[in-house]
Design a protein around this ligand. Structure first.
Ligand code: ADP
Length: 339
């Protein structure tokens, strides 16, 4: 759905919703007005010697006419007042129902626009490896001369590399969707275990860059989802390694404040400029894309997943960074009570 179609759809839905709200407001007003009118009319028509009233025997005809006249006047006045009130309510109802309908539709419109942006960004990112794949194969197919064994192997290796990129990207996208769809179960989790499992995942990448990873995590239990926390730690470690210089060091540390434990991944790499800081958790955002993309593979989804999980589990993911000196990414975790 294009932005224009979304706008058109939202406008028509807002109109319909506003009409429904207006109908409800007016139905209530008319109902209450009729009840008031009926009850009041009964009171106007009450005979002078009615229930509870003093008996007026031999009531002169003139008094009765005057009283009837007064009741008719009061009824007419009440009817006019109620009519004016209903007209006033109609004016107010038109404005109020529109305001309510707009407020109801706002989050729906936001969600639809986000969805559209996500599909457009994802398609854009998917096209890059797909275009590379199709170009590689087309060039090979158009060749008039035979392809040698080594050229065929080279082509297969390039195809495999682009396919691996596609696999990584689609897995990340699925991870993002999955995070937003399910709320995980919380339990008492061994923090050291989660961190060491996540570290295994990046051992190869760290070895490639001759990097050292120092794990200074105590044996404590925290209340969280082990799977989701592991996902966050993996993203932070992956980035710490990716954006550090060769032979650098990454530390995984903790600090305790009362019943909260802060887990930090500290690197001494390239750091993040202040201008990029507000955007790094956005989906598909990559710092200085034209230059950094050549140096570091990635699609700008890792931190968006880490942020989505942290928000879901109230882990308060934060970052401090100095360009050229390094970054510290931290999450807060509630400590589990000792058994
Ligand atoms: P990716 O790493 O795949 O590009 P992320 O969402 O994980 O995507 O990160 C978004 C951007 O934030 C990265 O492109 C990078 O520029 C910056 N970034 C993330 N972590 C670090 C880090 N530890 N040091 C420096 N820059 C980082």
């Amino acid at each position: 759905m294009t932005t224009q179609r979304i706008r058109h759809y939202i406008r028509s839905r807002t109109g319909r919703l506003a009409l429904t709200y207006l109908a409800i407001i007016m139905a209530m007003t008319v109902l209450f007005s009729s009840i008031i009118f009926t009850v009041a009319s009964r009171q106007f028509d009450r005979p002078l010697n009615g229930r509870g009233g003093p008996a007026m025997m031999g009531e002169p005809e003139t008094i009765r006419t005057l009283l009837d006249q007064r009741a008719a006047d009061a009824r007419a006045e009440l009817l006019l007042s109620l009519l004016l009130l209903n007209l006033g309510m109609l004016g107010f109802g038109v404005w109020f129902s529109h305001y309510l309908a707009e407020r109801t539709m706002q989050p729906i419109e936001r969600a639809m626009k986000e969805q559209e942006q996500f599909v457009s960004d994802a398609s854009h990112e998917l096209r890059t490896p797909l275009t590379a794949l199709s170009t590689l194969n087309e060039v090979a197919l158009r060749r008039k001369t035979k392809i040698s064994d080594s050229e065929a192997r080279d082509l297969a290796a390039k195809n495999a590399a682009e396919t691996a990129k596609l696999y990584h990207l689609t897995s990340s996208l699925l991870g993002l969707v999955h995070t937003n769809q399910n709320t995980p179960a919380i339990s008492s989790v061994d923090l050291q275990q989660v961190v060491s499992d996540a570290m295994e995942h990046i051992t190869a990448a760290a070895q490639d860059k001759s990097m050292t990873i120092e794990d200074i995590v105590p044996r404590v239990k925290v209340l969280t989802s082990a799977d989701r926390l592991a996902q966050v730690v993996k993203v932070l470690l992956e980035n710490a390694v990716k954006y550090s210089h060769n032979r650098g060091t990454v530390e995984v540390r903790t600090a305790t404040h009362g019943s909260t434990l802060t887990l930090s991944v500290v690197d001494h790499g390239i750091g993040i400029a202040e201008a990029d800081m507000p955007h790094i958790f956005n989906r598909f955002y990559r710092v200085d894309q034209s230059r950094s993309k050549a140096k570091h593979d990635g699609y700008g989804i890792g931190l968006a997943i880490a942020k989505a999980i942290s928000d879901q589990l109230h882990m308060n993911l934060s970052v401090e960074s100095t360009p050229g000196e390094g970054s510290v990414f931290s999450v807060d975790l509630p400590l589990a009570k000792a058994e």
